[in-house]
Ligand binder design. Sequence first.
Ligand SMILES: Nc1nc2c(ncn2[C@@H]2O[C@H](COP(=O)(O)OP(=O)(O)OP(=O)(O)O)[C@@H](O)[C@H]2O)c(=O)[nH]1
Ligand SMILES: [Mg+2]
Ligand SMILES: [Zn+2]
Length: 329
Amino acid sequence: MKQGQVFKIHSDFYYVDDGVNIFECKIREVLKKQKEKIFTGDFVNFENGVIESIIPRKTFIPRPGVANIDQIIIVSALKEPDLNLNRLNRYIALAKYYKIPAKLCFNKSDLKWDKNLKEKILSIYKPLNFEIVFTSAAAHAGIEEFQKLLDGKTSVLCGNSGVGKSSLINAVNPDLNLRIGAVSAKTQNGTHTTRHCEIIKLDVQGSTRIADTPGFSNMKFDFLLPQEVGALFDEIAQYSCKYSNCLHISEDGCRVLANLAQIDESRYAGYLEFVEEARGYKEKIKYEGTKKESAKKISNNRTLAKISGKKRQSARNTLKQSLNKDIEV
Ligand SMILES: Nc1nc2c(ncn2[C@@H]2O[C@H](COP(=O)(O)OP(=O)(O)OP(=O)(O)O)[C@@H](O)[C@H]2O)c(=O)[nH]1
Ligand SMILES: [Mg+2]
Ligand SMILES: [Zn+2]
């Protein structure tokens, strides 16, 4: 049995790289039946063009489905589209949620952008210990620094459409010639040029790999509880408050509120926004929980109703008889 990494998926075909060769594989029927889904980045055992099993994943991002990523490089544009710190904070929090280290890249430095922005970025994210690079894929500036971030790891590039993720990969390795899309002049948004997730080797040995993706989708924090959001912000998580489920909004003895001056405004604003989204989730599960509860009651009643009083009596008699039998023996 061979081992390799799925680097690309096209409809029913899985492209597996064993380090030397590339194999076009199908997936074993029994895996399909077990509803085992294979993602780009999965290491698999395979033989004769058939994937037999998946090796347990180190890390996993569900949307876009990509597995075994060492780090997330969050790419933002300084301009076109304008830098959006809220978006950036979302990506950072998502990376934290998936337990994957993040590094920050600010691209399109060749354009005319507000130079105060650099100070601002450094003042917010340096104290949080992020590695930060400023690049221009177009003018080939900062590309070596960008490349250093990637060295020896499997990275996934995340960031909004049009920020220049594919352009940066092309700048590192022009031979790849990945498709690049224009940013709409009207909306300042990209056009979702990259549609598939693919892992690309950036050196001959294959020790540095990069996944070009269409970016995370479903960016809302509507899948966790409000009290879980604080753990996604290092500068908030470091404080222990009087109440362990403190939301750091207006509670007594809140250490976060006492130290609010130390926390960047845009980061705290992001935190509050994500807590609001998580509240929506809490309401939803509460509602669904009640729905499930009442559905259970109905079905319970139905089972009770099915067994008539007479039948229940006879069932009890049978039980008694068998008990008696046991005693007799
Ligand atoms: N001025 C300037 N333009 C850039 C730079 N990098 C990328 N662009 C342009 O920005 C547009 C979008 O680039 P892409 O590389 O397709 O962006 P992407 O992040 O891969 O976008 P999606 O695949 O849609 O998620 C293209 O028109 C690029 O030419 C840069 O450093 N400076
Ligand atoms: Mg792209
Ligand atoms: Zn608190």
